[in-house]
Design a protein. Structure first.
Length: 149
């Protein structure tokens, strides 16, 4: 079990000081409801067996992809790592975000990304290289049960 402790200090203005005890009780009840809601939400998340806390924080494609590129470098696979990083960089440019949940990666999403690359005058070989790298990363996530199919 993992416990999070939060210290909260609330100040009431002079108008509400007479009712501060009641307001504090209302705030306490709302917080309890919020905590229960959060617990229920996160209890539904399935973390694969043998995964570390670091693995469970990789909730989006970019986090996982960066991790994979780093692992490749550690294993002295510099060219593959560089290919991954370039493909990830182009995908970040397309999404204009640092977060890409795995469930947002669909056939339509990939088709739109390919169109984006063509509009940027990328050659077909370059696009193919990006797609191979992204597919390899995605398949690794599937093998590690980070993607629900």
């Amino acid at each position: 079990m993992f416990t999070v402790t939060i210290n909260l200090q609330i100040s009431f203005d002079k108008e509400n000081q007479a009712h501060s005890k009641e307001l504090a009780q209302l705030v306490n009840e709302k917080l309890k409801q919020s905590v229960l809601s959060i617990q229920n939400q996160y209890n539904q998340i399935k973390i694969p067996p043998n995964s570390s806390v670091e693995d469970s924080s990789q909730t989006n494609f970019f986090d996982f992809a960066d991790h994979e590129a780093n692992e490749l470098e550690l294993n002295r696979r510099y060219n593959t790592s560089r290919n991954y990083r370039t493909a990830i960089k182009r995908l970040r440019e397309y999404t204009e975000s640092s977060i890409l949940p795995f469930n947002h990666i669909t056939v339509q999403f990939i088709d739109n990304f390919e169109s984006f690359l063509k509009k940027r005058a990328c050659s077909l070989n370059t696009i193919s290289c990006y797609m191979r790298s992204l597919r390899a990363i995605y398949n690794k996530a599937v093998n590690q049960q980070l993607v629900i199919q």
